[in-house]
Design a binder for this molecule. Structure first.
Ligand code: PLP
Length: 345
């Protein structure tokens, strides 16, 4: 029952190369088994990478060429734009940006690729994936959806018309803050083939040990997310009514501007909540005073964590906190959260 870890980088290979198991960069049985599991979750073919950024990079390197235009989120994970600016703009790719909520009406004329992230990190803005997919298709653009904050458990972008899904499996998929990984999924082999070739040639290969850890995390993904989503929903409700809190972003809140769209396309609203306190000083104090929330970046792990996103240069207020909910008992978690909020009053 347990998945064997095949550590070999070199396999027995008499005569001419045959199949994929002859050298670790071409294929590994452990990695392929985990890819098959992820493919079932995504409803498509999936391949693994050693990080979420490697997965995203593979899509850009395989599908963008000088002269192409890519329309990318302006409020999603900042390193995606940093990658485009550092590597693709100098080689003649034009990069346009758009806030998550405006993709539904964005001008996609002439775009080769459109990349959304919904809910976005860290602002948790949502866009209507099916509507954006229809718009991208009409413009002849590929729609790439970063599904990291939701995961396939809460949202299925391929069903909603996205051409390619990218994920940081470092987050909820692996779920224990002990492995970096990512994947790309699609239903179109013509889109996957160049991505697979890029991976082999660039050597962006996940290790069989990390694939095993990911496999182990996936076994409890639905259970963990179910608790983390409950923690996020309960925390968002508590934040909404607390006098120290100026604003809360969570698609599960009925008064959140993204709620109606999120309700249509998501089966759970995800483990991340963001909110704003009066100042960075108060935000740091909140994190420091929380018994159950560690001060750390990332999300999707079993323990709650939080951070001030201004430290990464995100376009957010000074007192903006990204709260990553874990799988703590809901009442303990919310009691501790409220106590820490009271302490910064
Ligand atoms: N996409 C999103 C939405 C993220 O939040 C992150 C990391 O925080 C990434 C991609 C990159 O993933 P990784 O850190 O695994 O490279």
């Amino acid at each position: 029952m347990a998945l064997p870890i095949v550590a070999s980088s070199t396999f027995h290979l008499p005569g001419d190369p045959d199949g994929s198991h002859f050298y670790g960069r071409n294929g590994n049985p452990t990695v392929e088994q985990v890819e098959a599991e992820i493919g079932i979750l995504e409803g498509g073919e999936a391949i693994l990478f050693p990080s979420g950024m490697a997965a995203i990079a593979s899509v850009f390197y395989a599908h963008l060429r000088p002269g192409d235009t890519v329309l990318v989120h302006s409020d999603g994970y900042y390193n995606v734009r940093a990658l485009l600016e550092a590597q693709f703009v100098p080689m003649g790719v034009k990069v346009k940006t758009c806030p998550t909520t405006e993709f539904v009406s964005a001008d996609m004329t002439g775009c080769k690729m459109v990349m959304i992230e919904t809910p976005s990190n860290p602002g948790l803005a949502v866009c209507d994936i099916a509507a954006v997919a229809a718009r991208a298709k009409a413009a002849g653009a590929l729609l790439v959806a970063d599904n990291t904050t939701a995961t396939a458990i809460c949202q299925q972008p391929l069903d909603l018309g996205a051409d390619i899904v990218v994920m940081s499996d470092t987050k909820a998929m692996a779920g224990h803050s002990d492995v970096l990984a990512g994947h790309v999924a699609t239903r179109h082999s013509a889109l996957m083939d160049p991505i697979r070739t890029w991976r082999r040639l660039a050597g962006a290969i996940v290790s069989p040990f990390d694939a095993y850890l990911l496999h182990r995390g996936i076994a409890t993904l639905e259970l963990r997310l179910s608790r983390a989503n409950d923690n996020a929903m309960t925390a968002a409700e508590a934040l909404r009514t607390h006098p120290a809190v100026r604003a809360v972003n969570y698609p599960g809140l009925t008064n959140d501007p993204s709620h109606e769209t999120a309700k249509r396309q998501m089966r759970g609203f995800g483990p991340v909540v963001s909110f704003t306190l009066e100042s960075r000083e108060k935000a740091e104090k909140f994190i420091e005073n929380s018994e159950l929330i560690v001060s750390a970046t990332s999300f999707g792990g079993v323990h709650a964590s939080a951070e001030c996103r201004i430290r990464w240069g995100d376009a957010v207020p000074e007192g903006f906190v990204r709260l990553a909910c874990g799988i703590e008992p809901v009442s303990d978690f919310v009691t501790s959260l409220t106590r820490a909020l009271d302490s910064v009053g």
